[in-house]
Design a protein around this ligand. Sequence first.
Ligand code: TRP
Ligand code: ZN
Length: 462
Amino acid sequence: MRRTWLIAPLIGTILLGGLYSSAVTAQDGGQGAPGLGDPYYPGLGNGGYDALHYTIDLSVDLQTNTIRGTTTIEAQATQALTSFNLDFAGLEISQITVDDTPANYSRDGFELTVTPAIPLEIGETFTTIVSYSGVPTPYADPAVGATPLGWLRLANTIFVVSEPGGAMSWFPSNNHPSDKATYTFKITVPKPLVVAATGVPVDEIDNGDTRTFVSEMTDPMASYLASVSVGDFVRVDETGPDGLLIRNYFPTSHATALTETFSPTSEMIAYFSSIFGPYPFDVYGAVIVNIPFGVALENQTLSLFAADVSGEVTIAHELSHQWFGDSVSPATWQDIWLNEGFATYSEALWIEHNQGQAAALDYLDELYKTIIGNAMGAPATPAADNLFDGQVYLRGGWTLHALRLTVGDDVFFEILRTYYDRFQYANATTADFIAVAEEVSSQSLDEFFQAWLYDATVPEKP
Ligand code: TRP
Ligand code: ZN
């Protein structure tokens, strides 16, 4: 689903196709590109089609960490295709069908090339079913150092933390945030284990010894934000603003304390909705993994927290990503400060709302000292092997505070709202944000953004 990009190229190609149909079929009736040319991850994602819906239907064995099942991908060809690629790493494939007919396939690293029995025409929607099984291999990503990504099992809990590339460790996809899609999750586990999955929980099917937890993500989602967890969880529901369901999954042994820890969530949703725009999705909540591995991740509708990082500021950070990161996603991984800078600044906004302006300014002063102390580099050009560095978070966050000091509160919040409204459920580039800031403020901000986002030297506070 490429809300902003798909329509125009498709129409252009159809028009051309009308004029030169035989030539276009002969030239383009070929292979979908194996990557989308992301500046940091050229191999992630694939060309030639637009993923529309994934149904991930897996049986999970917690003891052996084995998964078995199918992922069904509904997609639309954006060119004529004799073959197309999916991103999928490890695991054993037993069959692939396209439109119910067995397809040929080959694998090279995480590139899975599927050759349907009958070539696909431009504009055609088609259904690919990949049947597979095995123990997922954690994905080693250069951007996050030693942290293994994707489907993980630690201390008798399974959980998924994929950003940026780990989704391909557990389901085949067009693994790039520029191709969002809707999702159905059907995850089967032995009783009494509980599944926490992204999306609205719609069904829990009793199969005797096992249960199938079904959830639906009806809003577009990037593959890196799809997540399931399996463990000894208890589901604790709350009602958020305007009747929003907040469903949290806590380790049973810590449910009482964690219910208290996460109790500010509803007020945070109300506050962020009032300054950014309505909460984007049909449900929210947190899943807490009782392992001290020090990470939290903003999976769509279901942020994940390691037990040691579930403090209030982190809760606000991950929640704010539902607007900035999940609803508005980066167009490329180079634009990651649009996620992390915004979420870091949202921490300060929550502190300002909850503890007052002085506390927020103290917080921001500390961040600025850290930026200066470490001579943090430019947020918009992080090192490829350190995508989630402090320069992206802290200096990215401070870029927004500096913008606020430059244009004033009213204009600043109007910029945030306009940017969110324009790019919700889609993708944005750094240039898109700069354009909105200039449009709403009626100022040329080239020098400002050059200094804060691109220059190596840390700018003075405005
Ligand atoms: N986006 C996460 C945050 O909110 C950080 C992060 C990036 C991460 N990649 C990850 C966390 C992989 C866990 C696993 O700051
Ligand atoms: Zn973040």
